[in-house]
Design a protein around this ligand. Sequence first.
Ligand code: ZN
Ligand code: ZN
Length: 220
Amino acid sequence: MRLSNNAEEILERLWIMTMETGKKTAGFKELKTAKNAPEVEELIALNYIDVSEKGIALNKEGMKEAEDAVRRHRLAERLMIDVFGIRKNLMEDTACQFEHLIRKAVEENICTLLGHPKVCPHGKPIPRGRCCRKGSRSPKSIVSSLADAKKGTKGKVAYLHTGDNKKLRKLMTMGILPGVLVEVVQTFPSHVFQIGHMQVAVDREMAGDIFIRLARRPGR
Ligand SMILES: [Zn+2]
Ligand SMILES: [Zn+2]
């Protein structure tokens, strides 16, 4: 059954709270809902939540469903930024509406298209899907990490994925910024890229933090 948007939002908020703070139950007010609200009744009927005096908590089934919803939300955000080029401050509303349209079959295609991104534009982890675990790299992929890019690959930096501020600063001082055109010059023993007139060398781990929107793929 297709969940209502409000019910899906509640699942997402509960999941994020549980994962980030370890707290399991959220009050109705905190969730901007009420005990007799239709979305709460909907979640009870589907057996996704446990309701008590204190509020709502996700049960095991609910956690799974919620994780999928968060995954769709964060993939939608990536899609907005990487593919549609929508600005971050305009992204939220569009992503929120878009995530509800992404269903199971499409979700894996989008994930593959984006190169199985690990984080959303806010730096929050995107729960892995079946497609990511298989590590499928479709030829349709338009975003790739530089660690996976072959020699000769060209593209513009789409985003930097690192939770580490020091590393992020290092990448940025090397001139690796979103929108900058890079070309892979060498992939072994270190990854070397051409950026403008400069050549930059990074180790494999750092190359894995740089995601580019592919301009063309060599040998295709
Ligand atoms: Zn996000
Ligand atoms: Zn994936």
